[in-house]
Design a binder for this molecule. Structure first.
Ligand code: ADE
Length: 191
C-alpha cells in the first residue's frame, strides 16, 4: 500500500482542496486527518485526544430558506466518519493505554475564542470539539465515497483571553495527534 502525506493550510477551503487532491490525483482510498481542536465538552483538557463520530459546519447559515444551521441542501448536516477506522483508533488507544474520546466535531472558518460563541455552537450542534477543517474533509470524502477519519488533540478551551499562549500548546498537541496517526498506520501495516 502507498502512503500519501499531505499538508493542508488553515480552513475549510484548504482542507477541501487537500482532500480532493489526495483522492483525485493520488487515488487515496482512505483519508486520515489530524490536527488540533478547541474543547467544547468540559471533560476535554489540553492534550486530550478526540475522534469524530460525525462532523458538521457550524458557520453555514441558510436559515433564511428554512434550513437548520449547518445544513447545505443536497448534503448532510452531520457527516459520519468511517466506523472501521473509528474501531481501529479505539484498538490503538487501548493497546497504548491512551484515553480516546469520541464525539461530534464542529468545523468553521473561525478560530473560536469567545465563551458566548462556544456556547452557541455547543447547544446548536451538540458539538464536543471545534476546529477549522474536519467537516470540509468529511464533505469531500462523502461525495467521493471515500472512508475517512478525523482525530484531534485539544489545544485550547475555545474561550481564551488574550494572555493565553496558543502556540505553546499547539506544538505539543499537534505532536500527540500526529503520533497517534502514525500508530494507526502502524496497525494498518503502512509504516
Ligand atoms: N483549532 C484549535 N483551537 C481552535 C479554536 N478554538 N477554534 C477553532 N479552531 C481551533
Amino acid at each position: 500500500l502507498d502512503l500519501v502525506i499531505a499538508y493542508s493550510k488553515i480552513g475549510k477551503v484548504n482542507a477541501a482542496l487537500t482532500a480532493a487532491t489526495v483522492i483525485e490525483k493520488f487515488g487515496s482510498e482512505v483519508v486520515l486527518f489530524s490536527g488540533v481542536a478547541g474543547a467544547i465538552d468540559s471533560s476535554l483538557k489540553i492534550g486530550d485526544l478526540i475522534i469524530a463520530s460525525s462532523l458538521c459546519q457550524h458557520d453555514v447559515d441558510i436559515t433564511a430558506f428554512g434550513h437548520p444551521y449547518g445544513f447545505v441542501p443536497e448534503s448532510k448536516l452531520h457527516i459520519k466518519a468511517d466506523k472501521k477506522l473509528i474501531a481501529l483508533a479505539k484498538k490503538v488507544a487501548i493497546a497504548r493505554g491512551l484515553e480516546l474520546k469520541e464525539g461530534i466535531i464542529a468545523t468553521g472558518d473561525q478560530f473560536i475564542a469567545d465563551p458566548a460563541k462556544k456556547e452557541w455552537i455547543a447547544s446548536t450542534f451538540k458539538a464536543d470539539a471545534i476546529e477549522m477543517e474536519g467537516a470540509a474533509v468529511a464533505a469531500v470524502c462523502d461525495v467521493f465515497n471515500v472512508p475517512f477519519f478525523v482525530l484531534r488533540a485539544i489545544s485550547d478551551a475555545a474561550d481564551m483571553d488574550a494572555s493565553f499562549d496558543f502556540d505553546e500548546f499547539l506544538f505539543n498537541s499537534s505532536k500527540i495527534s500526529a503520533e497517534f496517526i502514525i500508530a494507526m498506520l502502524d496497525e494498518m501495516s503502512m509504516v
